[in-house]
Write a protein that binds this ligand. Sequence first.
Ligand code: SF4
Length: 299
Amino acid sequence: MTEAASVAEAAGPARKPRVKEPATKRSAMKRSPATRKKRRAPDPIKAWVKRLERTRPNLVRDTLDGLAARYGHHAWERRLDPTSELILTILTQNSADTNAEKAFEALRATYPSDRPAERHIPGPGWGGEGLSDGAPPDWNAVEAAPIQELVDVIRPGGLANQKAPRLQATLRTIREARGDHSLEFLADMSPLEARAWLTAIDGIGKKTASVLLAFSFGMPLMAVDRHVERVSHRVGLIPPKATADEAHDYYLAMLAPNEMYEAHVNLIRHGRVICHARNPEHEICPLRARCRFVDPKAP
Ligand code: SF4
């Protein structure tokens, strides 16, 4: 064997030179932008939840536990019948809960019904005193009332000029769709179907729909009001740019169904009593160690 041959043998079989493949129909199709397979955009909510678990492990668990240690554990109880809950929630939109209560009591007094009295069980997240025991208003009479009369009746609740027509339009939509004003049928739907049914009504967003479904039926939905949104942004549970509307679905991905009700109640309570919009009381806050508002590098 020559020296050159033995070097070549030691180097192993000679590599085939790379020959550029002629463009077949198939490879040309692969490269064509028109036929290139579109990559599915990643779901931003799932991506956020994964990232949170990776970069800030146990943040959700620690938040829920910290709040429960301060405000307690809460079992669900029906707060009101669903139509009353919906109307009361509309009355709370951009108004204090105490004022919404006054407007609701005025509806009961002006448009009484002969239905059985019910007890309002406001729970710890509610910001008012709680309604007195009483029968729901006569919703047919509320829907048919002269608009100026209804404005005057609910004036103590605030924003009466906007809310009176909204109440009547909501009641009319429900009656036209269902034949009466009862919303008990929602119990037979899945939470997201029921939320979609309600949000199809003008003026009802995810927050109002979620309040109704969570408090009247115990459905595992998170209602994100300004208190929940503020605490969530400050701690870093939701992305900084997530809107309150988007936050509803971030929570559905972050929490187990059986965590939703208590998380909602305790986050609202925390926003009301410690994590105020102005002058939050960091020094007594159970979430301080993990809050990105006080420490942008908090774990
Ligand atoms: S540490 Fe301060 S900002 Fe953070 S959640 Fe608590 S009160 Fe709110």
